[in-house]
Design a binder for this molecule. Sequence first.
Ligand code: ARG
Length: 256
Amino acid sequence: MKKILIMIMALTAAAVMLVAGCGGEKKEAAEKILRVGTEPTFAPFEFQKEGSKEYDGFDMDLIRAVGKQMGYKVEIQNMGFDALIPALNAGNIDVVAAGMSITDERKQAVTFSEPYYTSGLIIMVNKDNNTIKSLKDLEGKRIACQIGTTGEGKARSVAGAKVTAFNTNTEAAMELTNNGVDAVINDSPVVGYYLAQGGNKTAKTVGEVMEAEQYGLAVKKGNDKLAADINKALAELKKNGEYDKIYKTWFGEVKK
Ligand code: ARG
């Protein structure tokens, strides 16, 4: 009789421990945090809402959906575009979601997810400028761009150009309005959105969109597990219609 009692007590204790253990694990899972770095002067991909300063845009919706799919709470941090890769490598953030183009040079420093958006650079000038129509016409001219971007790389490839790299796209665009530069080089969907939103009534784009660039989410080089998890989540969001839903929110019709 005594033996049975001891056995029951032991079993009860084990059961209690099991339940407590499960509870503990669940709590931990709910607190997994994905630290995301962005530079939010890049609407419609990332920007801060007026007033609340809340992060909004295609990339922000996408990374929140990816995080949710992976069971993470997403926390977004604001930093200079040129600080994003150093922050990844220093371990201060886990992912970059910043309309970052996948380039061979960056691939040396970070690991990219599968591409999630196709973009390309374009030139913006003031409407009264009728001499600049292509990259060639920018030779010897003053060009503004955002620091550390592919736009900066393109600007610096123009012979004799005087390039000013700004911390934000807002400043680069303002410099054009103030006639401090002759042109801005930036991503076409961002320039298009800026002009369509009436952000600037005195500017226009010229020439064609330059070669295609693919945006990818970036993780610390060698963090293949996280990259694989992100790719899995992206694939799932494409399959279940969530990606298309987010795409439609920001770009209207879904590009097939
Ligand atoms: N796609 C360009 C690049 O990768 C510009 C990205 C700028 N992004 C931003 N959030 N400001 O260099």
